[in-house]
Write a protein that binds this ligand. Structure first.
Ligand SMILES: Cc1ncc(COP(=O)(O)O)c(C=O)c1O
Length: 367
């Protein structure tokens, strides 16, 4: 089937491959596959169905976890930011969710629950991120309250989030891991590594790890490509050429006419814009693939269209395929050009972009 307009191919084989990379890098760890924010734009239910080899799924909010349960996902689900109210705590209990606990109020909601079934609670400790987490000095008191709370299953463990794991040289990561280890009781599991931690820091390969971006084939490191890490891009964002023009030297293109044609030239319009999640700040010169050839975006990105310098692709026809990122054009390169990060581009794709699972359309084998 041929898809017109903006669509994102989601390669489920690549998704499973990347989970395999995480397994090989942290063979003694169990894996929460992080599929929050609609699996970083890839489709949460689709990702959960493909990643049955994960040990559990991690999402940010109770609402996301309930969506997974409604879709029939039976595996453990960890809510990374914990419950935001008494009602959410009760919903988490009813749906057997694992909850992070990072402030005293959440403990009070737990204590007010009906007795069964018991909830699995991960104490989230602020070891240096200074975002969500109990201060280490508060942990013992919470451990005691949890142990005395009949609504709580024997404490699964302690978790923390790494602030600078995208920099393999930064000593903060090892300090954060040490701070968490020092607080753990002998029976408590630790839950640490995000993608950067898991890949670069043995100390972060705890009993549980929580990779996100690497599952989608994105590099967590500014200085290392996804390809060099053995990861495969899961999303390929495509559209098609919707108009072709021969403009004259001096013609100005798009809003504010920021690009002025330096000579008579072929300009293509591609059907994608910031209304689809293509970055508004991608500047002239950002690469795009047209019929497999690298060309440059020119002028401002508008809501539904971008304009392309087709001097390097003279035979381009209406309807030709345009690739914005994915295979052969790393999303990291586009993010860098647009002054943002791969995470933001993947998560920012709008609902207007149809997602198409490749496993469903073009079954294929890989080693
Ligand atoms: C608490 C927590 N754990 C794990 C992750 C996964 O991080 P990454 O996508 O860098 O692997 C995130 C992502 O933001 C997070 O917030």
């Amino acid at each position: 089937m041929r898809f017109t307009g903006p669509h994102a191919l989601i390669d489920l084989t690549a998704l499973r491959h990347n989970l395999g990379v995480a397994r090989r890098r942290a063979p003694a760890s169990r894996i929460w596959a992080v599929i929050k924010a609609d699996a970083y734009g890839h489709g949460m239910e689709r990702a959960a169905t493909a990643l049955t080899a994960a040990d559990g799924f991690a999402v940010a909010r109770v609402e996301e976890a309930l969506r997974l349960r409604a879709a029939g996902v039976a595996q453990p689900i960890l809510v990374l930011t914990g419950a935001l109210s008494q009602e959410e705590t009760a919903a988490a209990q009813a749906h057997r969710l694992d909850l992070a606990l990072h402030q005293g109020e959440q403990m009070t909601w737990l204590e007010a629950l009906s007795p069964a079934p018991p909830l699995r609670i991960w104490i989230k400790v602020d070891t240096g991120m200074h975002r969500l987490g109990l201060d280490p000095s508060e942990v013992t008191a919470i451990q005691q309250r949890l142990a005395a709370c009949p609504r709580v299953a024997p404490v699964p463990g302690l978790m923390t989030h790494l602030a600078n794991a995208d920099d393999p040289e930064d000593p903060l990561t090892v300090h954060q891991c040490q701070r968490l280890r020092a607080l753990a009781q002998p029976d408590q599991a630790l839950n640490i590594g995000n993608s950067g931690g898991l890949l670069a820091f043995p100390a972060a390969r705890a009993a549980w790890v929580r990779p996100g971006i690497m599952l989608y084939g994105g590099s967590p490191f500014p200085s290392q490509s996804a390809d060099a890490l053995g990861l495969e891009p899961v999303m390929t964002l495509k559209t098609q050429i919707s108009a072709l023009h021969h403009f004259r030297a001096g013609d100005r293109i798009g809003y504010s006419g920021t690009f002025v044609c330096p000579e008579d030239m072929l300009v293509g319009v591609a059907a994608i814009g910031y209304g689809d999640g293509y970055p508004r700040h991608a500047p002239t010169g950002t690469p795009v693939l047209v019929g497999g050839r690298r060309v440059s975006l020119v002028g401002r990105v508008s809501m539904d269209s971008i304009t392309l310098d087709l001097r390097q692709a003279p035979g381009t026809q209406l309807g030709d395929e345009v690739i914005l990122w994915g295979r052969d054009l790393p999303v990291e390169e586009i993010a860098h050009r647009a002054g943002t990060i791969n995470y933001a581009l993947l998560c920012g794709l709008s609902t207007r972009v149809q997602r198409v699972s490749i496993d469903e359309c073009w079954p294929r084998s890989r080693e």
